[in-house]
Design a protein around this ligand. Structure first.
Ligand code: PLP
Length: 436
């Protein structure tokens, strides 16, 4: 009796959940230049998803009509994704994200060839590969993280030499999320084929920006993630070439023809399918209008702000990405100042135990930790306008000048490459390990 009463009281006093969640940014216009981190869900994508949340919420694996009708839309989305990459719909396995797709490809290659305990990837991959590679090393596997050149490119001879008789898989990203550098996937696939080794590519950053054709490139596995192409977070796919030996990573029900357990996330898959269609139709816009906006932003920054340099090669590069080092400032301070103006951009640095680690991608390119810590990525997208680029260009020079005027990183230092932040701070009687 007492228990019933207290539950009733608790229910009565509990505040109602607030479903009117909006970012604080709703007060201020958002200038979004971080499309490699995630993209806005396209209204066309939301429209096709809603019926599957409201009305057609059946389980696609159920035998009755309420299920089989849903299944039909799941199959349509599979065909839309297959069309995006020129695959057969049967070769598409839906996953929860790009990370799961990458992990699955590598796991599958190792699990289906137990005698092979070596994996090749690169030092500039997304953490989905780097961290999984380190995990495998701790489990006794051997993982080669291939180095890159100073412009971010891969030496294919080094890759060729790295392949061993016990190599189970080579996993190399198609385009880099931090610099936009594009790797020659067709040539890498040919090298792998010549050694009889499986090849996976993380193509997460490419849809809508590059033409994707798994048949022409000859890859065995390819990962995509919906939230990079104007669909929601939490849904991804793995292309698995026909007749490739395969072992699921998520083990459970017979969904995805036994290749990935877990009830299919139909609303998100349907949205992903529509986004794939849109990505094909916007390829032209990304490669002309968005590219021109990116170039205008990059050229103006390099021209008007002293001591700036583009990280990585100008080409071959994604049309939407620019990564710029602003010497003598710290990227985190730049990003905070931009944020005050409603501008979203990012740095590849990671905050670990209170200290800012420079981007592993930039340091792998031989860029000094200090220059890497002053590097900012702007990644544009379909919704960016010329006015938005102007807004950034109007404010950025002033932000950099102001930060430099109070920075312990002294522009008079002759050698920025070897300049040491810690000593500079000590020289200015400031405790090391703090960022301004
Ligand atoms: N691979 C690349 C190149 C990425 O940029 C990302 C996300 O930033 C991922 C993989 C991981 O994708 P997800 O966030 O869907 O796990």
């Amino acid at each position: 009796m007492r228990l019933t009463l207290s539950i009733t009281l608790a229910a009565r006093v509990r505040p109602k959940p607030d479903f009117s969640v909006k970012p604080d940014m709703s007060q201020q216009k958002l200038y979004y230049f971080d499309n490699n981190a995630t993209t806005r869900v396209a209204p066309e994508v939301i429209d096709v998803m809603l019926p599957f949340l409201r009305d057609m919420w059946g389980n696609a694996s159920s035998a009755y009509q309420f299920g089989s009708q849903v299944k039909k839309h799941l199959d349509d989305a599979r065909a839309q994704l297959a069309a995006l990459i020129n695959a057969d719909p049967k070769e598409i396995v839906f996953t929860s994200c790009g990370t799961e797709s990458n992990n699955t490809a590598i796991h599958s290659a190792l699990a289906t060839s137990p005698g092979k305990r070596h994996v090749i990837t690169t030092a500039v991959e997304h953490s989905a590969n780097i961290k999984y590679g380190e995990f495998l090393q701790r489990r006794g596997y051997e993982v080669t993280f291939l180095p890159v050149e100073s412009d971010g490119s891969l030496d294919l001879h080094v890759l060729d030499q790295a392949v061993r008789t016990d190599t189970a898989i080579v996993s190399v990203m198609w385009a880099n999320n931090e610099t936009g550098a594009i790797f020659p996937i067709e040539e890498i696939a040919a090298i792998c084929r010549s050694h009889g080794v499986l090849f996976h590519t993380d193509a997460v950053q490419t849809p809508g920006k590059l033409k994707l054709d798994v048949k022409a490139t000859g890859v065995d596995f390819l990962s995509l993630s919906a939230h990079k192409l104007h669909a929601p977070k939490g849904i991804g796919m793995l292309y698995v070439k026909k007749k490739t030996n395969y072992q699921p990573f998520v083990i459970g029900g017979h969904q995805e023809r036994g290749r990935r357990g877990g009830t299919e996330n139909v609303p998100y898959i349907v949205g992903f399918g529509r986004a794939a269609e849109l990505a094909m139709s916007t390829l032209e816009d990304e490669n002309t209008r968005v590219r021109a906006l990116r170039d205008r932003l990059e050229n103006a920054i390099l021209k008007t702000i002293p001591n700036t340099v583009r990280n990585g090669s100008k080409e071959p590069r994604l049309p939407n990405t620019t990564n710029i080092a602003f010497d003598f400032v710290e990227a985190e301070a730049v990003l905070m100042a931009l944020d005050q103006l409603g501008i979203c951009a990012s740095s590849g640095s990671a905050c670990t135990t209170g200290a800012v680690d420079p981007s592993h991608v930039l340091t792998a390119m031989g860029i000094s930790p200090m220059r890497a810590r002053g590097s900012v990525r702007f990644s544009l997208g379909l919704y960016n306008t010329a006015e938005e680029v102007d807004y950034v260009l109007q404010h950025l020079p002033g932000i950099i000048a102001k930060l430099r005027s109070i920075s312990p990183l002294d522009a008079k230092q002759p050698d920025n490459e070897t300049f040491d932040l810690k000593s500079a701070r000590q020289a200015k009687d400031e405790p090391a390990g703090q960022t301004r």
